[in-house]
Design a protein. Structure first.
Length: 235
């Protein structure tokens, strides 16, 4: 399983410090489905990167006893000067996979074709996400970390991604960050809400979605009120 104890993430020092969340504790068993909810900039992607080993924690402990993917769609580990094929070969060596088998699997899924012969620095963000996603599903994991990656590509490719993850791997664990509440209501059973420096575990996904919708509505109303009360800048 995944066990998180007292996790805190803070940026900056002293008076300039900003705390994204503090003292977050939860467990995720095999097959568990956990949603991450929060407005933009509250720390959802940061938490996923911490769980995936990309970012360090300020305090607390993350303990995995099952294998986890890197955050799907996160392509920071690619070497820009190497081609797509060479990056796949590099990942194959790290995970002990046959390079030719992995290249064939990723090539068929990501549908990047001859683009894999180019250095990664010439890839668009969407192409990088396709490559990262193709690698993630080619190498099997017990838990998948997902950050809006289902939005990659056209509608057909999005459906292909959903089928690969949630049908073919329906027994795996998932931690999902997305703004699609309908998607989360279908695929998750618990949630963590991150808001204004706090993170809270809600054991019922439908209750969590209601709370999050209220948070968003309240924030929008405060923005509208601030706009309405702002001084007129037009002479």
């Amino acid at each position: 399983m995944l066990r998180v104890d007292g996790l805190t993430k803070r940026y900056g020092h002293h008076g300039a410090a900003r705390t994204l969340f503090r003292d977050l504790s939860f467990e995720l068993p095999p097959g568990g489905r956990l949603a991450l909810l929060g407005r933009n900039g509250q720390g959802k992607s940061t938490l996923l990167k911490m769980l995936g080993g990309v970012l360090p924690a300020t305090a607390g402990r993350i303990a995995w006893t099952m294998t986890s993917s890197w955050p799907l769609g996160f392509s920071g580990g690619f070497q820009g000067g190497m081609t797509g094929f060479d990056n796949i070969r590099f990942i194959a060596r790290i995970y002990g996979r046959d390079p030719n088998w992995l290249i064939d699997r990723v090539d068929r899924f990501a549908e990047l074709g001859s683009a894999l012969e180019m250095p990664i620095r010439f890839f668009s963000s969407g192409m990088r996400a396709r490559l990262a996603f193709g690698l993630s599903v080619a190498i099997e994991f017990d838990c998948y970390l997902i950050d809006e990656v289902i939005a990659v590509g056209d509608t057909a490719f999005q459906h292909k991604c959903e089928d690969e993850l949630f049908d073919r791997r329906k027994e795996r664990a998932f931690i999902i960050a997305t703004h699609s509440l309908e998607f989360l209501s279908t695929h998750c059973d618990r949630a963590i809400i991150i808001e204004s420096g706090r993170a809270k575990v809600i054991e019922d996904i439908h209750l969590a979605l209601e709370i999050y919708a209220s948070i968003v509505e309240d924030h929008q109303q405060r923005q509208l009120a601030a706009y309405a009360n702002a001084p007129d800048l037009v002479a």
